[in-house]
Each structure stands twice: as C-alpha cells, then as structure tokens.
Design a protein around this ligand. Structure first.
Ligand code: TXA
Ligand code: MG
Length: 341
C-alpha cells in the first residue's frame, strides 16, 4: 500500500511509483488511480499477470480488458491500423476518459482481449497513472479494481475493501475525479459505435467525429452487446434497488409503503433534494444542477448504502443527456433495470 501525492513533481522518480512499476513489469497486479476509477493493472503482454487480474476480481473470462498506455506510439505497437477518425478522437480526448476499440495485431495476451480480433486502448489523464505507465514502459491491462459486480472504486479504501490480500499492492493517489468509467467507442467500422457510455459524452464525440452510433444493446433488451462486459450485472449495492422516475412525491410514497411493511428504506437523491424525504437513510450524490458532481460521487454513495442495514434503495432518475447518459446506465444496472414509473 503506497501513498502518493498526485500533485508532486517528477512523480515517476518517486520510489513508490518505481516499486509498483517494477511489480507490474514482473507480472504482479497493482491497483492505481485513474481520472475515472481505480484500475487493477497487470502487464498486458503476460498471460499469468492477466490471469491474476481475473482471479482477484472474480471476473468472467469472456469479458476483455482495457489496455492502458502512456503514448500513441505504444498504441501503434498493439494494433493493425489507426483509422483517421480514431486518430482524430485520440487527439481530441487523450489523455482522458475515452477507450477506443481498434483491430488488434495480437501482440497483447489473448486473455486481455478474450480472443476478440480487437483491442481496447486508452491513455488515462491522471498524473499517478501516467507516471506508473511511463515507468513500467509496458502496456497495462486494467479493469476497474473492484470485485466483479460491485460499484467501481473511486478511492483506495474501496479497493482495499474489495481486494485486500488478493493483490500485490495499491497506489493511493486520493479520490478519482470523473467517477464513472471511460466511454468505450468501437472505431473498427466507418461510423464509430459507442459500446459503453462514460466520461466523454456522445455530444462531445459527435462534435469531433461527426455522427456516431450507439450499440443497440444499450438501448433495448434482447440485443447481444458488443462490449461483453455490458451484459453482466454491475455496480450493485447489497440492498434491492429501484429507480423512481417521479420524485420526490411518488418516491416518498413508495418509501412509506415499504416502511409500513417493516422494511428499512434508503433514498438516493441529490444535495438539493435531501430535505424532501423521510426515510431510514437518505444519501445525496452530488448536485443535480451539475451532473458531473453526481457522476463523481455515485459509486462512493452506492457503497455507503452497504455500510447500513438497508433492505431497499429507491433512487431518483436523471436526464439521459451529457454525462447523465452514463449515470443512468450505471443506475439501471445497479437496479437490475427495475424502474417504477
Ligand atoms: O475508466 C475505465 O475505463 C476504467 C479505468 C480503470 O480505466 N476501466 C474499466 O475497465 O472500466 P472494465 O474492465 O471495468 O471495463 C472494460 C469495458 C468492458 O465493458 C469490456 O467489455 C469493454 O470495456 N471492452 C474491453 N475490450 C473490448 C473489446 N476489444 N471490444 C469491445 N469491448 C471491449
Ligand atoms: Mg468494471
């Protein structure tokens, strides 16, 4: 467990980063902060390192990992080609919360890509992640550093809670910023396709790349998602969760009904609306008027419900616009699509 001040100069020279980078090179797995969530990193060229990631997380092996790199040059070594549009997106959004799926040249471990002909890559925008990647000087495969199915970690404490004793170490760089994972976009076809909404919005992507499509599996049931991870239950707190589209009145009525049945009920709301409710636990995630603050705190808030004896969580919904798209995607998964209209 290494604590690193992300604002320090010459981070890659600090002994904690050097040590963590060495472990990664040697095939061990290390958790580290990115601007989105903490990742669990391993050397993408080594089967045994990737094996350790899947084991520690309890992750299904058909769900491929994102490869984190320090430079565009490193990407070139992993792919058959970088289409012009992909290059445009890289220039506009890297380093940053955008993951780009490209045709793989099969140099990373087959376990990273789950045998797909493509590889997902990104350059994260976090001083600690950057220093670690530069120092390790190998592509680093890193899923979110949570136990599979749980909300992704936005602090080193979350990682410790989930993976203590199962991994070689954690680089603690404080709270992450964006709070939801990167947007995953497939650039292997003429028109790019969003496979997972995230930190970069569809509006931002279209501004740079022109029209982009959204994987139909994200919008309706019954389509097989092209991003394998999207099909699994995710981000789920222990309590049963429902989204309530009409709040606060209708939401409060549902709270009352469950409480009359003897259930302990929690409400997931925002700072502006806390005083509208009466329940066993009322937790705000940021400010509704600034959806980025909601995204930033969402996973920490979901995890907070697990610290209390709560049977049911009722959550407000958000407009599916801008980063609201990613927030609703995560909330719908956390609730297993249970929406009360
Ligand atoms: O912000 C993030 O993306 C974080 C940080 C650590 O970088 N990472 C993350 O990784 O969220 P993970 O493993 O939790 O999610 C990776 C997603 C999954 O939905 C997976 O199916 C998809 O990316 N993915 C990875 N490789 C892919 C590929 N070749 N084709 C399609 N989807 C892919
Ligand atoms: Mg994940």
């Amino acid at each position: 467990y290494w604590t690193v001040d992300k604002n320090k100069d010459n981070l890659h020279k600090c002994s904690e980063i050097k040590e963590a980078a060495l472990w990664i090179k040697q095939g061990e797995v290390i958790a580290f902060p990115t601007e989105t969530v903490y990742g669990l990193g391993g050397n993408a060229m080594m089967d045994e390192a990737i094996e350790k990631i899947f084991t520690a997380k309890g992750r299904p092996s058909d769900n491929p990992l994102i490869v984190h790199v320090a430079s565009k040059e490193q990407v070139r070594m992993l792919v058959l080609e970088i289409p012009a549009l992909a290059e445009k997106l890289m220039d506009a959004f890297w380093p940053g919360p955008l993951t780009i799926v490209l045709p793989s040249n099969n140099s990373v471990s087959q376990r990273v890509t789950a045998n797909l002909p493509t590889v997902a890559v990104r350059i994260p925008d976090h001083p600690v992640a950057k220093a670690l990647l530069e120092e390790a000087n190998v592509p680093v495969a890193a899923p979110s550093a949570n136990v599979s199915g749980k909300p992704s970690p936005t602090t080193a404490q979350h990682v410790k809670h989930d993976l203590n004793g199962k991994i070689k170490g954690i680089v603690d760089g404080g709270k992450t910023g964006v709070g939801v994972e990167s947007t995953v976009i497939d650039c292997t076809e003429a028109i790019p396709v969003i496979l997972r909404p995230g930190g970069i919005t569809k509006e931002q992507l279209e501004h740079v790349a022109g029209p982009v499509k959204v994987d139909p599996a994200l919008e309706q049931e019954g389509n097989t998602p092209r991003s394998p991870g999207v099909k699994y239950t995710h981000y789920a707190p222990n309590a049963e969760m429902y989204l309530v589209a009409e709040y606060p009145q209708r939401l409060q009525m549902v709270v009352d009904t469950y409480r009359q049945e003897g259930k302990r009920v929690g409400v997931l709301t925002t700072e502006e609306a806390v005083s509208n409710y009466e329940a066993d636990l009322i937790l705000p995630s940021g400010f509704r008027e600034d959806l980025e603050t909601v995204a930033s705190q969402l996973y920490a808030t979901l995890r907070q419900f697990d610290e209390h004896e709560i049977d049911i969580i009722l959550a407000e919904t958000f407009p599916k616009q801008g980063v609201g798209e990613a927030i609703m995607n995560r909330l719908e998964k956390a609730a297993g699509k249970k929406v009360l209209l």
